[in-house]
Design a protein around this ligand. Structure first.
Ligand code: OAD
Length: 251
């Protein structure tokens, strides 16, 4: 491990990024923290510190009380809609333009990567701006009707947010694409995630097994930190633009 913290970004990392043909970035809620979106596990402010996921983010919770679940997601949807992408999101959109083969994988459901200009983000955990009919497995855009929960225009059943809940499996095509990209890249960036939630948390280890350079961007240490080649300590909105500037000057 090569902790980079206050000393700035190591020159060999800058060169590795500049020379990389294939780069994967895996993001978590920390990249959106500086946009005002809440993370999940940070003391006091994390969503799962303040709310019980068993009551709000499981299929059973939705069956029990679809209105409660929908209203909670409506609140989160409002926060996300009012938020703006930050320089960290913008730097990843720029990285997509700079690196010959770039794959962005996100655990976030906030859609901020797309709004920042990233074109093909793999959304492992879905997107709260979309709804889905659980009976028919049809994905729909944002609800316009205002009903709580909104009803499927086809079958009349209650729609759910198009996100992955606890106890559910991830979309298999998305996970496979992410895993293949992780195993085949030259450099893997793990940004703003506690690296605790599987299977997303397995991706850097899959890369590691294939000799990929692993870089973590996070103000705090995580369970992944001891395994990474470079730990860049700081907020993504500051560290990522700096990394980009140094690797690809003039931007
Ligand atoms: P966590 O809340 O577990 O972790 C957030 C991470 O972001 C922490 O390691 C923070 O130190 C870091 N962080 C905070 N501010 C940051 C900043 N400005 N820049 C960079 N990093 C920062 O959130 P996730 O790892 O995203 O799943 O959680 C993973 C999954 O758990 C989520 O996708 C969600 C949740 O249950 C589902 O909803 C399916």
């Amino acid at each position: 491990m090569n902790p980079a913290s206050a000393r700035g970004i190591p020159q060999d990392l800058i060169e590795a990024l500049r020379d990389a043909e294939r780069v994967v970035a895996l993001t978590g809620s920390g990249i959106s923290a500086e946009s005002g979106v809440l993370t999940f596990r940070e003391a006091q402010t994390g969503l799962w510190e303040c709310y019980d996921p068993q009551q709000l983010a499981t299929p059973e919770a939705f069956e029990r009380n679809p209105r409660l679940v929908w209203e909670w997601y409506e609140w989160r949807r409002r926060l996300v809609t009012e938020a703006e992408p930050n320089p960290g999101h913008l730097a990843l959109a720029e990285l997509e333009r700079r690196v010959p083969n770039f794959t962005l994988v996100t655990q976030n459901v906030d859609g901020l990567h797309r709004r920042a200009g990233s074109r093909d983000a793999i959304e492992l955990h879905g997107n709260i701006l979309r709804a889905r009919c659980p009976a028919e497995e049809i994905v729909l855009g944002p609800d316009q009707t205002g009903a709580v929960p909104p009803l499927c225009p086809n079958c009349g059943g209650p729609l759910r947010p198009d996100v992955v809940w606890f106890g559910e499996t991830l979309p298999s095509a998305a996970l496979e694409a992410a895993s293949e990209a992780a195993r085949g890249c030259d450099l893997f960036l793990s940004i703003g995630t506690s690296s605790l939630v599987y299977p997303a948390a397995a991706l850097p280890y899959e890369a590691l097994e294939n000799g990929v350079i692993i870089v973590e961007v996070n103000p705090a240490e995580t369970s992944l930190t001891p395994h990474v080649d470079y730990a860049l300590r700081g907020g993504a909105a500051k560290v990522l633009p700096e990394l980009l500037r140094k690797a690809f000057l003039p931007l």
